[in-house]
Design a protein around this ligand. Structure first.
Ligand code: N2P
Length: 351
């Protein structure tokens, strides 16, 4: 009896002590990051957590439309988001992003001035900081697809029906179709946009589905034989699986190019930590590790000399001049975006 109550007392005391300790221990700040998948080199997030004694919670999205809808719908609690540059001004106009305080992000000095001079959106980094740029093309399995030609017209190949995917993304899909028809992927001409939608509707008959995430696992597992894809993600799949039958190609009709940025949503309640995160991503060594991992180009001039010869020779990261000329920057469309939304709704509704 005596032993039992002594034991109970001890357990009680211990529980009390634990409660007090938990209550007193300073709670680690939490940074909520909303980002495209597979964008950070292994170990980096852990290092940031240790460096700043915080916790990072990562949530993924697979299109700018999803990100935009989420923030517009009033989602709060995100501290860093990664919009493509062509949606930044739209988000700013809607009051969804905060101004970037340059004084608090010293590594902005590392950003490649040549890159900034060439971007057409938020050159001065008022609301967004460049993160990665890349191109959209076609990945295919050379062991399954016969007579591949680097053309968006591959989506017309009935022999590949059910084995292909297109990105679930209006600018990417309509952009590819616009290029195929010889138009700009930033066309604001309704007739051209409608012709592109008609073409995507034709392609839709042959695809398994619109897909912006599972295309990676799908091409690796052979569920899919040919997919519209972001280049770096495909190189990651090739690396992870050591599968040389997966090939990435940039279509000869031309292809979309884009830049993803880092921005701080209006609703962030952890701006200081968000600024530290953006600063961390633009540390030269961190940026170099990210490029080596994700195979996109981070426009960080201080990182370039740190890159391996292998990555410098990789045509997915550094697209050769002759091909690069066929790429077209995805631009902001302002009020004309509605034409794409309407055309995309028609694509989605079509049988
Ligand atoms: C990241 C892919 C982002 C591409 N894995 C489109 N912005």
């Amino acid at each position: 009896m005596k032993t039992k109550s002594a034991l109970l007392l001890a357990v009680g005391l211990l529980a009390g002590l634990l409660l007090t300790l938990t209550a007193c221990a300073p709670k680690k700040p939490v940074l909520h990051v909303y980002v495209w998948s597979d964008y950070f080199a292994e170990g980096l997030i852990k290092e940031f957590e240790t460096l700043h004694n915080c916790r990072v919670v990562i949530d993924n999205y697979d299109s700018n439309e999803v990100l935009h809808a989420k923030l517009k719908g009033g989602a709060t609690g995100y501290d860093v988001v990664f919009p493509s540059s062509y949606v930044v001004n739209l988000m700013v106009a809607e009051g969804l992003l905060q101004e970037i305080n340059h004084a608090r992000i010293p590594n902005l000095k590392n950003i490649d001035p040549v890159f900034l001079a060439n971007v057409s959106i938020d050159k001065k980094m008022h609301h967004s900081v460049p993160y990665m740029s890349g191109a959209t093309g076609i990945a295919y399995r050379s062991d399954e697809v016969k007579d591949f030609v680097p053309s968006w017209r591959m989506f017309e190949r009935a022999d590949l029906a059910g084995r292909m995917t297109l990105l679930d993304d209006p600018r990417e899909c309509l952009g590819a179709a616009l290029k195929t028809l010889g138009y700009s992927m930033n066309s604001i001409d309704e007739t051209e946009i409608n012709a592109a939608a008609d073409l995507v509707i034709q392609w839709k008959k042959n695809i398994a589905r619109f897909e912006s995430e599972a295309f990676k696992a799908g091409i690796a597992s052979k569920e899919f034989h040919l997919v519209q894809a972001w280049g770096g993600d495909i190189q990651q799949v090739i690396d992870a699986n050591g599968d040389e039958n997966i090939v990435f190609a940039l279509p000869r009709e031309g292809f979309p190019m884009w830049e993803d940025t880092m921005a701080i949503p209006a609703g962030s309640d952890n701006v200081a930590l968000a600024e530290k995160f953006i600063n961390f991503m633009h540390d030269a060594a961190v940026a170099a590790r990210n490029i080596e991992f994700n195979y996109y180009l981070c426009p960080n001039a201080a990182a370039y000399p740190l890159l391996s010869d292998e990555i410098k020779a990789n045509p997915i990261v550094f697209i050769p001049e002759d091909l690069l000329r066929k790429g077209e920057q995805t631009l902001e469309l302002g009020e004309h975006l509605a034409k794409y939304t309407k055309a995309w709704d028609r694509v989605k509704a079509a049988n």
